[in-house]
Ligand binder design. Structure first.
Ligand SMILES: [Zn+2]
Length: 308
């Protein structure tokens, strides 16, 4: 069982000092993928960095400007380009002159299943930061040092940011305290996701600050549980396929029994992500490129992944 953390004291638009160096302002965009809304972090005092400005809401722009009145925003850092994280970066830059760091929006983001993705990719230009950040690159200001930690998986361009002074990680949507993360191919990639979980675990952070929901303070056991949840899902999928070949639609009602049906479409993408990973590992066979409508079968003489 994942030891989820969901309790959070906040008010929309109100800056809360949540650690010596960190303030959080929550945007008014609650929903099935965003939980209470996007938590934008302000790092430092006087000259500050803003992490994940959030969705294009005037109320949130006003709240961020009010929270930093009399200070200077020098850096805007984006964890990834989903619509609840990045779009307010340009409007905030226009008001502050800050430099935007992150990675370009991938072309494949347009056709993903997660509800917070763009609807009309043709009309909206792709998000591009001013500075394409490099893995392990440092940006800093007075009293704060942030290091980019590439963490692909939830999105191919996902970057977390470590705050060295507090042994903390702004982990975006890579790890969330309130829920598991959506891994939606083609941009989401389960093999990369596992590797990114291992990478974050190896740092030994004291605290994780997800974009949605409260911080995770029991970091190592939480990540272990998060990984074990995925491995258990893999074992369930293999067990399903041992009954005979199946499509994802065949498996979803059984794998996600008791889960809100509104989440089944996203769950289908997550199962596809697992299946792509299992095909790569040689445990599962698919005729053709894996997708939502293909039949999958287990490779019967597989000696790994012993099932549930
Ligand atoms: Zn996201």
């Amino acid at each position: 069982m994942i030891p989820f953390v969901r309790e959070m004291t906040f008010e929309y638009g109100r800056p809360d000092a949540v650690s010596p160096l960190i303030r959080r302002v929550v945007a008014h965009n609650p929903g099935p993928f965003t939980y209470l809304g996007t938590g934008t972090y302000i790092v430092g005092h006087g000259q500050v960095a803003v992490i994940d400005p959030g969705p294009p809401l005037d109320s949130h722009l006003d709240a961020l400007l009010a929270a930093t009145a009399g200070e200077r925003i020098s850096h805007i850092l984006v964890t990834h380009t989903h619509l609840d994280h990045a779009p307010l970066a340009r409007p905030l830059q226009q008001r502050t002159g800050a430099v935007i760091y992150g990675l370009d929006e991938p072309l494949s983001q347009a056709d993903e299943g997660e509800g917070d993705h763009r609807a009309d990719a043709d009309d909206t230009p792709r998000f591009r930061p001013d500075v394409a950040i490099a893995d392990s690159q440092i940006v800093s200001g007075p009293g704060w040092t942030l290091e980019a930690v590439f963490t692909p998986g939830h999105a191919s361009n996902h970057v977390a940011y470590a705050l060295r002074e507090e042994k903390a990680l702004f982990c975006g949507d890579h790890i969330m305290g309130w829920s598991t993360t959506v891994i939606s191919p083609p941009d989401g990639d389960m093999s990369q996701y596992y590797a990114s979980l291992d990478r974050v675990q190896a740092f030994g952070f004291d605290v994780l600050w997800p974009t949605h929901g409260p911080p995770i303070t029991e970091v190592a056991p939480f990540i272990d549980a998060y990984r074990n949840h995925r491995l258990a899902r893999e074992a369930q999928i293999l067990a399903e396929l041992r009954q005979g070949s199946a499509t994802i639609a065949d498996m979803i009602p059984r794998l996600y029994r008791g889960v809100d049906k509104r989440l089944h479409a996203a769950a289908a993408h997550s199962v596809l992500a697992h299946l792509i990973h299992l095909v790569r590992q040689g445990q599962v066979r698919c005729e053709g490129e894996p997708n939502l409508t293909r039949y999958f079968s287990v490779i019967s003489n597989s000696t790994i992944g012993g099932g549930a």
